[in-house]
Design a protein around this ligand. Structure first.
Ligand code: C5J
Length: 224
């Protein structure tokens, strides 16, 4: 039996040991609709510039993960053009309908539209699975779990937006499916600074109830 290498990642609430062969980098919903003006995030009244801070640290982690041959998986939140996979309960917010309507980057959160695409700095390359998900969680109604099982993945290094919505939902789903999650604090972002702080606290509280919190530099130092 071959023993896999273990790398120590400086993290809270205590250092995390990962085996690079059993680890994937998961980039959640780094889409134009959330990060750029004129998309879903701005339509809901948010300042999208707050999310841009996560792009450069994530780009550096992504570059290192690619260099080291780590599995990289991207997710995109969005719906079929006929919205048949969008529950009526998700369609309206504050009495208004946004999903599926025409915006500055095409129809909001609809697959194939410019706004649904991933920002160019973090664009997937050949061989990196892209998971199209209709919900907040990356495991709901997708084949992510199967893809991870097939490759023997046990650990997820998590980046993406927004922290308190799709990142949290995914980390919680991953916990219940037996994955260990390390969330990189500067590679996740929220429209609400207080949610960014509390969202990270919630992950690492109680001895790491949902996982570990590290950052881009610490992660890069470990996998380098
Ligand atoms: C939201 C997401 N915030 N990707 N989606 O609606 O976090």
């Amino acid at each position: 039996m071959t023993r896999s290498r273990h790398l120590a990642v400086a993290a809270d609430p205590y250092p995390f040991e990962l085996s690079p062969e059993r680890c994937a980098l998961l980039l959640i919903d780094l889409q134009r609709d959330f990060l750029e003006p004129g998309g879903f995030g701005e339509m809901l009244g948010n300042d999208t510039s707050l999310l841009l801070a996560a792009v450069e640290p994530t780009r550096r982690v992504l570059a290192k993960a690619r260099e080291k041959g780590m599995l990289v998986i991207h997710t995109r939140e969005g719906h079929r053009p006929d919205l048949s996979d969008c529950p009526p309960a998700k369609l309206t917010r504050g009495g208004k309908t946004f999903i599926g309507t025409e915006g500055a980057m095409g129809r909001i959160l609809v697959r194939g539209q410019p706004g649904h695409d991933i920002v160019h700095q973090l664009y997937p390359i050949e061989g990196e699975p892209v998971i199209d998900k209709p919900g907040k969680g990356s495991f709901h109604a997708t084949d992510l779990h199967q893809i991870l099982l097939d490759r023997g993945i046990k650990t997820l290094i998590v980046c993406g937006v927004t922290l308190e919505v799709c990142v949290h939902t995914t980390v919680r789903e991953a916990n219940d499916r037996g994955y260990e999650c390390v969330v990189l604090s500067d590679c996740v972002a929220s429209y609400f600074p207080e949610f960014q702080r509390v969202g990270l606290e919630m992950i690492k509280a109680q001895g790491g109830i949902f996982g570990w919190v590290s950052d881009a530099d610490k992660c890069i130092a470990a996998i380098a």
